[in-house]
Write a protein that binds this ligand. Structure first.
Ligand SMILES: C[S@@+](CC[C@H](N)C(=O)[O-])C[C@H]1O[C@@H](n2cnc3c(N)ncnc32)[C@H](O)[C@@H]1O
Length: 351
């Protein structure tokens, strides 16, 4: 191999960038703590305050708050008046960190970092020995999913992508939510369209039980949740099938797509949300979340599928592979749409 000159400036720039990545990952853990304890929400409502005042307001331990604030200052998140000993969260920063920010609250994403980190040993083992991380081991990520899902999936906006669909739901149709998780989409639809009948299916017993309990708590009528494999659906049972952030996770994605096609009655509609990435890695360079999403795939989607000796297609299978898969499953017509304010997903509408 020819000896190549080292470009020193490039090496230094890369080292600095990587250091920033590691520092950012550690800071994300502290951001998660701020999100989970409600510290950002409290700071957003307070005038500049001392750590004692913040402790009084939140009921949290002052010593922990003070250490946390110092790190937040170093990380450029909060500001500090050293003379007065007061701290505050600039309004602009609150727009990315408080519950009031809704889908823009990046504290939700930060709170995933430690949950993914919990299975790192299992992922390293799978690199060496093959196999994957089971859905049971991924429970803490599953518990976090609804917080993300309710921020990311605006069910009304997704349904609005298909002209006439809302009217059909109002009149009353059969809706099947495949891989429903904790039932976010099912519950929203059951609540908004009481004339429609909703069935959510998922293989995770805990999620099904939690979704059912939530339906009961909300007093919703025509919504049921069943523990069932996504590839085993009742033929001709649905007018609308949803699969939000599910198909790439499955051990048997292609069989499931065929089962969904068969579950649809004539004229029925399939709405599938998948990540707005390409199956070609070079096309994802520059996407602000691609590196994070590939980690999600390694630590969750791909490995969960491989743990069941599945396809392990990974979350970035992209339109290039999804369109042929839908055609193969029998969808003659497929439209791909995006939603403003939702850079994460593409919506595939299959008929
Ligand atoms: C990323 S979560 C998405 C959940 C939900 N659709 C949402 O948007 O919140 C993927 C879901 O697929 C479910 N799942 C995985 N394999 C499955 C299978 N073979 N049959 C049914 N559900 C499955 C998981 O239990 C999990 O709830």
């Amino acid at each position: 191999m020819a000896v190549q000159e080292i470009d020193q400036a490039r090496a230094e720039e890369f080292g600095g960038r990587l250091l920033g990545t590691v520092s950012g990952a550690m800071l994300a853990l502290a951001v998660s703590v701020g999100h989970r304890t409600g510290l950002y929400d409290a700071l957003a409502e307070l005038d500049p305050a001392t750590s004692d005042e913040i402790a009084e307001r939140t009921g949290l331990q002052e010593r922990y708050i003070r250490e946390w604030l110092a790190g937040q200052l170093a990380g450029g998140i909060v500001e500090y008046d050293a003379e007065a000993g007061t701290w505050w969260l600039p309004r602009e920063n609150a727009l990315s960190l408080t519950r009031a920010a809704g889908a823009h609250n990046l504290g939700i994403l930060a709170s995933a970092v430690s949950r993914f980190g919990e299975v790192e040993d299992d992922v390293v083992r799978a690199f060496r020995e093959g196999g994957g991380v089971s859905w049971q081991r991924l429970e803490r990520i599953q518990e976090w999913q609804p917080e993300l899902t309710s921020a990311v999936f605006d069910v009304e906006a997704v349904l609005g992508l298909v002209p006439g669909l809302v009217e059909l739901l109002r009149e009353g149709i059969d809706v099947l939510d495949v891989g429903c998780g904790l039932g976010h989409a099912s519950l929203r639809i059951a609540d908004a369209y009481p004339a429609s009948r909703v069935l959510g299916v998922d293989q995770a017993a805990k999620s099904i039980a939690a979704a059912g309990a939530e339906a009961e708590r909300l007093g919703l009528g025509d919504v049921r949740f069943e523990q069932r494999d996504a590839a085993e659906l009742e033929p001709g049972s649905a007018d609308l099938v949803l699969a939000f952030d599910v198909v790439h996770d499955l051990a048997r994605p292609y069989e499931t797509l065929a089962a969904i096609r068969t579950a649809l009655r004539p004229g029925g509609l399939f709405v599938m949300a998948e990540h707005a990435l390409s199956s070609r890695p070079e096309q994802n360079v520059g996407h602000p979340l691609a590196a994070a999403l590939y980690t999600v795939s390694l630590f969750h989607c791909m490995t969960a599928s491989l743990s069941e000796h599945g396809e392990g297609i990974g979350l970035a299978w992209g339109e290039e592979r999804i369109r042929p898969a839908l055609a193969e499953a029998g969808f003659a017509e497929v439209e791909v749409q995006g939603l403003e304010g939702d850079p994460l997903n593409s919506y595939y509408i299959g008929r």
